[in-house]
Design a protein around this ligand. Structure first.
Ligand SMILES: *Cc1c(COP(=O)(O)O)cnc(C)c1O
Length: 369
């Protein structure tokens, strides 16, 4: 038996939805994408506009570009995130400024972010680490104090709640990912949400090479022949095939939520008497955990023990300031300490009780003998 760390859950309904799109022979961006955007808006119950794109990383890059953030600008971002967050910033020519996290929940340290604000700082990109975002209101307070834009990397947070509202019901700009292992998948995909009408139009045009109003034409099944372009654009739009997968996944999200929450709670309960393990302080009733991360003494030996037992585990994430491209000599002791302690245990919708029990027993035997 090999226990997988993460994977998507695909039923016959997703397979059928894709084959309907294939048979209709309109594979690119068309009415399925519009339908998916409207369903997301309804699900989140938001007045924000929804713009779907091909990946979560493109969502972040396109959002920055729609704000005209680029060369000479700085964006504050936690170092402990997927490299896509950093690459999206550097792709625009802007500089990602690596910040510390809080040890309790691995969310951006507001104090450290504040200390790194300069006259070049244009935006903050907080990360919904392990799907959680307690502390986001402090980010918005800091942003309004210094006149900064906020682009939330909510790649892991689709379907989550904070303060009684769904993530995406409010905020400046938010980016979700629907890649193969996220809370819902499109195969690959992403979405950007914003209330700002100017930004919305820049995003809609920007995902289709900057061609003015091309999104609107494609939704009506038409194409642009005589057109104009004002800004740098990208080929970042979503296809009907990917949207069709996402529409079915969205209809299953309640099932996904309950399963992922139960997995996290099972781990926490089973490890409660192990002094050498400390779960992150996250509210698993409010989030849909994309990853289950725990702080572990003797992390590397635990990891080896699990791998030897055919259990996949993860390291989320190698801090970006430790990568050659982004290493400018900065030291982030809290981030480096947390990185050395954190281990990610298997968490996905199709994990069986028997598989999770196996993981739990192997961890317990490691610490308790
Ligand atoms: C998955 C992820 C991304 C990138 O999303 P893709 O759709 O894979 O490009 C960015 N940031 C975080 C925190 C993620 O987990």
């Amino acid at each position: 038996m090999r226990v997988r760390l993460s994977k998507c859950s695909i039923s016959d309904a997703e397979v059928n939805a894709v084959s309907i799109v294939m048979k209709a022979e309109y594979l690119g961006m068309g009415s399925k994408v519009l339908e998916f955007e409207e369903l997301i808006k309804k699900y989140i119950d938001t007045s924000m506009e929804v713009v779907c794109v091909n990946t979560g990383t493109s969502a972040l890059e396109l959002a920055l570009s729609a704000l005209d953030i680029g060369i000479g600008d700085e964006v504050l971002v936690p170092s402990l995130t997927y490299v896509g967050t950093f690459q999206a910033i550097s792709a625009t020519g802007a500089t990602p400024v690596a910040c510390e996290i809080d040890e309790s929940n691995f969310f951006l340290s507001i104090a450290d972010a504040r200390s790194k604000i300069t006259s070049n700082t244009k935006a903050i990109m907080p990360v919904h680490y392990a799907s959680a975002s307690e502390g986001m209101s402090d980010v918005y307070a800091l942003a309004s104090e210094f006149g900064l834009r906020v682009i939330e990397d909510a790649a892991q947070a689709f379907g989550c709640m904070r303060d009684g509202k769904k993530i995406g019901s409010n905020g400046d700009i938010l980016c979700f990912s629907f890649d193969g292992i996220k809370n819902i998948t499109c195969g690959e995909g992403g979405a950007i949400l914003t209330k700002d009408p100017k930004v919305t139009q820049r995003l809609k045009d920007g995902r289709l090479l900057g061609i003015l109003k091309d999104s609107e034409k494609r939704y009506a099944g038409a194409r642009s022949w005589d057109f104009d372009v004002h800004h740098q654009g990208f080929r970042f739009h979503m296809s009907n095939i990917n949207a069709a997968i996402g529409i079915v996944q969205l209809s299953r999200i309640e099932e996904f939520k309950l399963k992922r929450q139960r997995i996290a709670k099972n781990y926490i309960e089973a490890f409660s008497e192990i002094q050498e393990l400390a779960p992150l302080e996250l509210n698993y009733d409010h989030i849909i955990p994309h990853i289950f991360v725990i702080k572990a003494n003797h992390r590397d030996r635990l990891r080896e023990h699990l791998i030897n037992n055919n259990i996949e585990c993860g390291l989320h994430y190698k801090p970006n300031h430790m990568l050659t491209k982004y290493n400018n000599g900065v030291q982030l002791p809290v981030t480096e300490y947390c990185y050395g302690m954190a281990i990610t245990l298997p968490c996905h919708v199709d994990i069986t009780d028997c598989e999770q029990q196996f993981v739990i027993e192997r961890v317990r035997e490691f610490y308790l003998g």
